[in-house]
Design a protein around this ligand. Structure first.
Ligand SMILES: Nc1ncnc2c1ncn2[C@@H]1O[C@H](COP(=O)(O)OP(=O)(O)OP(=O)(O)O)[C@@H](O)[C@H]1O
Ligand SMILES: [Mg+2]
Length: 608
């Protein structure tokens, strides 16, 4: 066996080695019953071939008057009984397969979703991740079960063939050897075709993702407005069409090659079948065998060739599917976030303070660090405002501070414990966050706030209190079903909210969670001035007795912070209180004044 085919075999064995234990764990009895039925059914054709021989011979005898006419009828009846048994068993196994399929699909998708929910956040920004995910999830459940079906088909075919071979040993060993040897080219050709298809799919993954993305741009709500105003549809349609035909051209090439190769091999099989049949005729003639033997062996011959072709095709399909399923297992091997389950739990509250020492962070694939050697300290119960221009590194810093990015250099210590030595689940239990890209949960208003702490999601009084603090209560009361109103366009009976209303719900989540570490990344960007002022006026309710990280471009709001950290191109350039930084006359003062200028101009205009 050469290296390439041993590689194929290894892959097939390794995939079977992963899929089978999974199936056995999910439904051992169902699996055993299906396999048993397949094996029983597999021997039926050989039995029928034997009965065919008997019925043909007794029919020949009955026709010459040397046997009663009822004799062949008995044999024919037995053939029919076997067919009925087969139909019954196949129906039972088909239904069992449905049961097994559902459990298997559920398990595979659950594994995939569980994995995706536990991998490091950073992977979500990498193209490779999406390619692997796309490959891993592309019909994973269908494919996974298809593997099982293929195994069962192969097992059934092999047993049927074994039955035929037992019968053929009475006839000619040479025929058996010729039949097996004649199948090898079919097998190799089908394996090759499977390989072509797999490599094409693998190569095309990024282009298929682009195709899907462009189609979404053209058909989904998120781009619908700009598409119309900027009249982008023709450009996107053109790009989509270009990708479509690029992929189609490549697929066509592979299909053309596959079809012609497959036709060639089918031609070869027709020639070999003819050769086998002539040989059978010659053997029957020279050994003076009965007509029944000739009919039965001819039947076995064409059946054997069809079964072998089926095995070859199933094996090649199995190989192709194995290569794809392998991608699923590769994805399942992705290293998960460090959970630090063996580490001590977070105390629940910052008792002394947080120290950030020489913190640096570089996004994978990026040459420039997003954070460079940052050090500062925040005491218990303090609010720190992080300011800086777009892209300065504010959100990245926040993600590091709450352990969402774990691959930073330097250290972040909560009291005297390194963040990397704190049990992650217990730490996250105490973090409330409004991210810059907070989520619009398409569900009820109650859920949108309750997701801040799912354990208390049924505590409507607490949800209402959080909505009151975030400024959401007012609009919620006007909704048709109040807290039970479904929000988010796209689902039946759901109502869309304004962007500011969504932000109020996100703030409600943070209030509802009531963690001792609060992260607010541009929490008021979409709020109206009254709500914003109200929020800052009652800021102490959200931040009292807590450590709060606040990112805001409205520098006026930073005055409520105990400390302001100014970032510029990933570096910490200034830190202090509002007054200290104004006195310093540096970056902060310049930003503050350029923002204040507009208001001052407005005031002087009014005064004039
Ligand atoms: N996922 C990512 N992969 C690579 N680079 C990133 C990623 N996210 C952000 N960056 C880069 O890191 C830098 C800091 O980004 P960050 O989102 O922290 O900025 P920011 O200060 O929050 O900006 P903004 O005010 O616009 O929210 C930017 O130069 C940005 O291009
Ligand atoms: Mg940001």
């Amino acid at each position: 066996m050469n290296g390439a085919s041993s590689g194929k075999l290894n892959l097939i064995i390794s995939v079977i080695g992963k899929i089978l234990p999974l199936l056995i764990r999910i439904a051992p009895f169902l699996l055993a019953a299906i396999v048993l039925i397949k094996i029983i059914v597999a021997f039926i054709p050989a039995g029928q071939a034997f009965l065919l021989l008997k019925s043909t011979d007794s029919a020949a005898a009955a026709l010459t008057g040397s046997a009663p006419w009822i004799d062949p009828v008995k044999w024919l009846l037995l053939i029919a009984v076997l067919s009925a048994v087969r139909i019954g068993l196949e129906a039972v196994s088909e239904y069992m397969s449905v049961l097994l399929k559902q459990r298997f699909e559920y398990r595979l998708e659950e594994m995939l979703a569980h994995k995706a929910a536990n991998i490091p956040l950073i992977l979500f920004d990498q193209a490779d991740y999406y390619d692997t995910l796309q490959r891993a999830k592309s019909n994973i459940s269908v494919r996974g079960f298809r593997l099982l079906e293929l195994i069962l088909t192969i097992v059934e075919c092999l047993f049927t063939l074994a039955g035929y071979i037992v019968l053929l040993t009475q006839f000619s060993w040479l025929l058996i050897i010729a039949l097996i040897a004649g199948t090898i080219p079919t097998l190799l050709v089908h394996l090759k075709i499977g390989e072509w298809n797999f490599w094409l799919q693998r190569y095309q993954t990024p282009y298929v993702r682009r195709l899907v993305y462009l189609f979404e741009l053209l058909t989904q709500r998120f781009a619908a407005k700009e598409l119309r105003i900027y009249r982008l549809a023709p450009a996107f349609l053109k790009e989509w069409g270009d990708y479509y035909w690029k992929n189609a051209r490549e697929q066509r090439k592979v299909d053309k090659k596959s079809i012609s190769t497959r036709s060639g091999i089918d031609g070869w099989n027709t020639v070999t079948l003819l050769a086998y049949s002539v040989y059978v005729l010659w053997v029957c003639f020279s050994r003076k065998l009965s007509l029944g033997t000739f009919v039965a062996v001819s039947q076995i011959l064409s059946s054997t060739q069809a079964q072998m072709k089926n095995v070859a095709y199933s094996l090649s399909q199995f190989y192709e599917e194995s290569m794809i399923i392998q991608e699923f297992f590769t994805f399942m091997d992705t290293e998960e976030e460090h959970k630090n389950e063996d580490k001590p739990a977070f105390t629940g509250k910052v008792q002394e303070g947080i120290s950030v020492n020489n913190l640096s962070f570089t996004y994978p694939g990026s040459t420039k660090p997003a954070l460079n050697n940052i050090s500062f300290r925040i005491n218990k119960n303090e609010t720190v405002a992080i300011v800086g221009e777009n892209g300065a590194g504010k959100s990245t810093l926040i993600h590091c501070l709450i352990g969402l990015h774990q691959s930073y250099e330097g250290s972040i210590t909560y009291d005297h414990t390194d963040l990397k030595d704190i049990n992650v689940a217990s730490f996250r239990n105490h973090v409330s966050a409004v991210f810059q890209d907070y989520v619009h949960y398409h569900g009820s208003v109650k859920e949108n706030i309750g997701f801040g702490n799912v354990e208390r999601i049924d505590n409507l009084a607490a949800i209402e209190a959080a909505a009151g603090l975030s400024g959401a209560a007012e609009f919620i009361d006007r909704l048709p079903n109040s807290y039970n109103t479904q929000v988010g366009a796209g689902f039946q009976n759901a109502q869309e909210l304004s962007i500011g209303q969504w932000q109020k719900l996100a703030l409600g989540r943070a209030y509802f969670n009531d963690g001792s570490i609060v992260v607010l990344d541009e929490p008021t960007a979409s709020l109206d001035p009254t709500t914003e002022s109200e929020l800052y006026r009652q800021f102490h309710q959200l931040s009292e007795g807590k450590v709060t990280f606040l990112v805001s471009h409205r520098l006026g709001s930073c005055r409520i912070a105990d400390r302001i950290v100014v970032l510029k191109q990933g570096e910490l350039v200034e830190q202090g209180t509002h007054d200290e930084l104004m006195k310093l006359g540096g970056e902060y003062k310049q930003m503050y004044e350029s923002q204040a200028e507009w208001y001052l101009q407005e005031a002087s205009y009014k005064g004039a």
